[in-house]
Design a protein around this ligand. Structure first.
Ligand code: NAD
Length: 286
């Protein structure tokens, strides 16, 4: 467990106590590794799905580390007093229940999961009117910058090009297209003055009409251990521009999500924020 850090001037730096939900998952384990290696962070709680074999074990055993003094729990309500901020990388239904609990107790949240439906997104927005919430489809710095580049390219190229979004992920991912691909599509739609709900085309098959320029196409690949790859294509006459991001390790998402946790733990005002606010690119809640 992290101890209080004494700075050169004698001041004490109290670590931010982080609770991780979905601690036994792929992202949960990456989050634990980053927290345990960072003296500015302290593991406050590790929450797993009810009925899991890991309940009661020391959280360090999830990542092959030594004792952390934190027992794996299945009930967030039991461990909320031990944390300053919650980082939830579970699944949408569970995450919404956890978010409601945090709204009741005033605990800031970093929401990592993707695949929320419209009702779920409304519930996230409602919670963010009571507490500070960061909800980013992708916590990597590279994707945050890619979204900016996509908006710039769309603004300059406008209706002179066809736009398509390609994405690939590992075989275990259950939602498609990925939350990041949809976020890229939203950026394109907003910048180009289109409506994603009406203009998106998800995959193509068989005979149909030639491509309508207003459409925003999505293509999805699932397989193997691909951590996450996204490309936005701007296809014109005689040239094409491709903006690609490739994640090679989940650690980039974990580091970004914990950067967001430290940031949101220091905010007192409620609001719904994305990663660009965390990085200081925009400080405005949605
Ligand atoms: P995973 O399936 O490996 O992990 C999810 C974990 O949540 C599992 O261990 C599951 O048991 C647990 N869980 C389910 N219900 C729970 C409950 N009620 N309480 C506690 N834990 C519960 O999946 P993953 O690859 O770690 O991804 C998790 C989510 O994060 C997915 O939605 C994925 O798309 C998303 N993701 C987001 C980013 C990002 O940057 N925003 C990056 C990677 C993954």
């Amino acid at each position: 467990m992290s101890a209080v850090t004494v700075l050169a001037d004698g001041a004490e730096l109290t670590p931010c106590r982080v609770g991780v939900v979905g601690a036994a998952g792929r992202m949960g384990r990456a989050l634990l590794q980053v927290i345990l290696a960072d003296s500015a962070l302290q593991l406050g709680a590790a929450v797993v799905r009810p009925g899991s074999a890991e309940i009661g074990c020391d959280a360090g055993s999830l990542v092959g580390a030594g004792d952390t003094g934190v027992a794996v729990s299945a009930q967030l309500s039991d461990v909320l007093p031990a944390i300053d901020v919650l980082v939830d990388f579970s699944l949408p239904e569970a995450a919404l229940a956890h978010l409601a609990l945090c709204a009741d107790t005033g605990t800031p949240v970093v929401l990592g999961g993707t695949g929320f439906d419209a009702t779920g997104l409304d519930a996230v927005a409602a919670a963010a009117r009571r507490i500070p919430v960061v909800h980013a489809a992708n916590y990597s710095v590279g994707v945050t910058l890619a979204l900016r580049l996509i908006a710039l390219a769309a603004e300059v190229l406008g209706d002179s090009v066809d736009v398509e979004v390609l994405e690939a992920h590992h075989r275990h991912k259950v939602d498609a297209p990925s939350g990041t691909a949809l976020r890229m599509g939203e950026t394109l739609a907003t910048t180009l003055g289109r409506d994603l709900a009406g203009d998106a085309v998800y995959g193509r098959h068989g005979r149909g009409e030639p491509r309508d320029r207003r459409t925003i196409g999505f293509s999805t690949i699932r397989g193997g251990d691909v951590v996450g790859e996204h490309t936005v294509l701007f296809l014109g006459e005689g040239e094409r521009l491709e903006i690609t991001h490739r994640a090679s390790s989940r650690m980039t998402f974990a580091q970004g999500a914990l950067r967001a946790a430290t940031w949101v733990a220091q905010r007192s005002a409620p609001g719904l924020y994305e990663m660009d606010a965390v990085l200081g690119l925009s400080d405005c809640g949605r």
